[in-house]
Design a protein around this ligand. Structure first.
Ligand SMILES: NC(=O)c1ccc[n+]([C@@H]2O[C@H](COP(=O)([O-])OP(=O)(O)OC[C@H]3O[C@@H](n4cnc5c(N)ncnc54)[C@H](O)[C@@H]3O)[C@@H](O)[C@H]2O)c1
Ligand SMILES: [Fe+2]
Length: 388
């Protein structure tokens, strides 16, 4: 038996934020990040619309990028004090993911983080509150996914919490909100979305439901990401939709080892998530192609790349990814990103072991063990094309 789960409602386009006026409830807790939503006036709009719906509104502000277990527990305690029946999160992947995890510990104060971090082990939610997600970046698609990425900074591990319980009830893709992203954030989050779609297209649980979402997302990202990066408003809007399609695909098909390594290197070297994926994806494709070459060639054909053989088509796709990276100022190796050789070497074994244990490794098309991760990461560090 397989499962395909998405939010019940998705609102998109101009002024879609206004749907908040129609929610039925008494109390809403709004969870937000460091200040960009406040500065740009979106937070005030959210508060006002919820008040128009007749709700008392409380704010949880200041969720940091890559939210910690401590932030999650603090927010859950604030939720228990306030007692919201709606949790409304607005911002990038970080505040929305934090809010999803707070929701778990709000409804289940007795739950233990280590139990919740086991895949598909989250207790039943929605006894106290429902969840609205309003993304301000075009990449993570956390507004439609069953995931929340929380970092344990003491153990230096990023945990992808995974369960359809935390798939939001309502996602709002308002055209205005992602327009304020600076170019670097647009680049990183856009390449995160390309990685989601590409990994989902070859992942363990891919299906006839996820394939069309993934491949359409890849086509849209190829057509619109560079223009979105250069500030084109229509392209920016298209990217907001494309990343969401990619999210619908990977939430159900799962991901692969670009994400395993992004999660585990992220906690050591603080490479932004999307930037890490952008660097790793071409190497991962070359590693995985022993097991799923035809699938990658299908992607290349669908998006109009040229090649006479499967290998040529795959090379055209990895070249396209690296060209997009270059045009957006993303380096092609970890060394060029600026990670020092001694830091890389000192942490390589631990990162490789952690990567094997990551929740995304099991759904990668090619079985990947810690020793493989050591080789792959070394190739990525020096920028050597993978041929093993
Ligand atoms: N839950 C999932 O399915 C999923 C998937 C992929 C990644 N993630 C996680 O999401 C996090 C990354 O999220 P992200 O890439 O969206 O970034 P983010 O939420 O960490 O935000 C990064 C920065 O961008 C700013 N920002 C956000 N929106 C803006 C806007 N519209 N205008 C101006 N500034 C803006 C924020 O204030 C912050 O400083 C990571 O922790 C990653 O592991 C989650
Ligand atoms: Fe991601």
């Amino acid at each position: 038996m397989s499962r395909f789960t998405l939010p019940r409602d998705l609102y998109f386009g101009e002024n879609s934020l206004e749907v908040l006026k129609t929610l039925k409830g008494k109390k809403a807790m709004v969870v937000v990040g460091g200040g960009s939503m406040k500065r740009n006036g979106f937070l005030a709009k959210v508060e006002n619309y919820l008040k128009e719906a007749g709700m008392e509104v409380a704010l949880y502000e200041g969720v940091e990028p890559d939210p910690s277990v401590e932030t999650v527990m603090d927010g859950a305690a604030k939720m228990r004090e306030f007692g919201p029946d709606w949790i409304v999160s607005i911002g990038g992947g970080s505040p929305i993911d934090a809010a999803k995890a707070m929701w778990i510990f709000y409804e289940h104060p007795e739950a233990k983080f280590e139990d919740v971090a086991k895949p598909f082990n989250i207790p039943v939610l929605r006894n106290k509150a429902k969840f609205v997600a309003i993304p301000s970046t075009s990449g993570t698609a956390t507004e439609v996914t069953a995931f929340s990425v929380i970092t344990d900074y003491k153990a230096k591990i990023k945990y992808p919490l995974a369960d359809f319980e935390i798939t939001p009830d309502i996602a709002i893709l308002d055209s205005d909100i992602a327009q304020t992203m600076p170019p670097k954030l647009t680049a990183h989050t856009g390449m995160d979305a390309l990685t989601h779609a590409t990994e989902a297209y070859v992942a363990g649980l891919r299906s006839d439901f996820t394939d069309p979402l993934a491949i359409k997302a890849i086509l849209m990202i190829k057509e619109h990401l560079l223009n979105s990066f250069n500030g084109d408003k229509v392209a920016r809007d298209k990217m907001h939709i494309a990343q969401c399609l990619a999210g619908m695909a990977f939430s159900n098909a799962l991901l692969g080892i670009a994400h395993s390594m992004a999660h585990k290197t992220g906690a050591f070297f603080h490479i932004p998530h999307g930037c890490a994926n952008a660097i790793y994806l071409p190497y991962v494709i070359d590693f995985n192609k022993k097991d799923c070459a035809e699938r990658y060639a299908e992607i290349a054909r669908f998006i109009g790349l040229k090649g006479n053989t499967t290998d040529e088509l795959i090379d055209a796709y990895t070249a396209m990814i690296q060209e997009m990276n270059t045009q957006m100022g993303i380096p092609l190796s970890m060394k060029d990103y600026g990670i020092k050789k001694e830091d890389f070497e000192a942490n390589l074994k631990t990162i490789s072991i952690n990567s094997e244990a990551d929740a995304c490794t099991g759904s990668n098309p090619r079985v990947t063990k810690a020793a493989d991760f050591e080789k792959i990461l070394t190739s990525i560090y020096y920028g050597n094309k993978i041929d093993y």
